[in-house]
Write a protein that binds this ligand. Structure first.
Ligand SMILES: O=C(O)C(=O)C[C@]1(C(=O)O)C=C[C@@H](O)C=C1
Length: 358
């Protein structure tokens, strides 16, 4: 038997299964449309991050294989995204231009059936979500190699928005050029953070090529497309968006480099069963004050997962503390701890409770 004869019956099986999957997908979509009608009656929110994360956790748990759990989640994320778009196409603002890791984070959270709105700055993302031009915003909050994104932390302090979700994403940088080689390259362009994250690799491989910091990695990829003497450092999505070729993939010094993004919006996310809560606090500048301030967490058995301080810029050595704790503000122990924290603190702002990133 030749190969085509062997493949034929197997492909017929795949065709029959695809036909069944198609019917089931559309049945699911019809139910989602009904959900949409129910929600429309009371103007209830269409995007429900806690429900989506529960669906994704369940498919990973129930997955019999041989498909990988992560791949099954990717497929179901897109299925939910398409179903959600039948209810309403959600608009999400992000730090542009197209091709940045922020855009990738939007798709990781919302799937591809979403309308991305590229903004010129983090401030603009907050404004779009506050004004309702976008339903949500996605902003970088922290990078595992470079630390926190100060502008995001400052804006979280002032905004009326909540953190409705988070996305934690591996950040892999690639070196890319117009024709896929380093011949004739005189400049390597990237955002300053990307240059910093690839510093040792660049020193080893291209110590003599000038490095230039530009507004974003996507901007660098666009420059590489238009100028054969420029190489860019950016993510793979930028290479696709700007039609340039990858010369070296995964050149970041830390192979575990990750960025955490916050999903900001007017939505207060319900408990999903595995959540965290973010808040900002400050205390009077006195010995032992921070220790005392945080004591309600241990009293009520609430684990702190993150503690970050930022100068309050009053000139008096005062600080804002950005604290993440495990649990949802509606959980009894978390609610009690938060109430006591609020009493002790000179400043207290709840940023939101939301599911841990998958
Ligand atoms: O369960 C809902 O509330 C739905 O709208 C359905 C659905 C889904 O496709 O499963 C779609 C959008 C929501 O964000 C959550 C889930």
């Amino acid at each position: 038997m030749n190969i085509e004869d062997k493949l034929k019956p197997l492909r017929e099986q795949i065709d029959a299964l695809d036909a069944q999957i198609l019917v089931l997908l559309n049945r699911r979509a019809e139910v989602a449309q009904e959900v949409g009608h129910v929600k429309a009656e009371t103007n209830a929110p269409v995007f429900r991050p806690e429900r989506e994360v529960q669906v994704l956790r369940k498919v990973a748990e129930n997955n019999p294989g041989p498909l990988q759990a992560g791949d099954v989640q990717t497929i179901f994320r897109e299925v939910m995204s398409a179903c959600r778009a039948l209810e309403k196409r959600v608009v999400v603002a992000y730090l542009g231009p197209a091709g940045t890791f922020s855009e990738q984070a939007v798709y990781q959270q919302f799937g591809h059936s979403v309308e991305g709105m590229a903004c010129v700055s983090i401030d603009e993302v907050f404004r779009a979500a506050e004004a309702g031009t976008a339903d949500f915003g996605v902003v970088p909050i922290e990078n595992s190699s470079e630390g926190v994104i100060n502008r995001t932390l400052d804006l979280l302090l002032q905004t009326t928005l909540n953190i409705s979700g988070e996305v934690s994403m591996p950040v892999h940088h690639s070196l890319m050029t117009k024709n896929g080689t380093m011949d004739g390259i005189t400049r390597i362009c990237a955002h300053s953070q990307a240059l910093a994250q690839c510093n040792a690799w660049l020193n080893q491989h291209f110590p003599n090529i000038e490095r230039i910091a530009v507004a974003s990695n996507a901007e660098a990829a666009r420059m590489a497309r238009d100028d054969a003497s420029v190489a860019a450092i950016a993510g793979e999505i930028a290479a696709q968006t700007y039609d340039v070729l990858i010369v070296h993939a995964h050149i970041q010094d830390d192979p575990h480099n990750r960025t955490r993004f916050a999903v900001i919006g007017h939505l207060q996310t319900n408990p999903s069963g595995k959540d965290q809560t973010s808040l900002v606090l400050s205390v009077q500048n006195k010995a032992g004050a921070v220790y005392k301030l945080l004591s309600p967490l241990s009293t009520h058995d609430v684990s702190m997962t993150r503690f970050e301080s930022r100068p309050a810029r009053t000139g008096a050595w005062e600080y804002f503390f950005y604290v993440d704790v495990e649990g949802h503000e509606q959980d009894e122990n978390v609610a009690k701890a938060l109430a006591e924290l609020k009493q002790n603190a000179a400043f207290f702002k709840l940023l939101g409770s939301y599911p841990f990133s998958l």
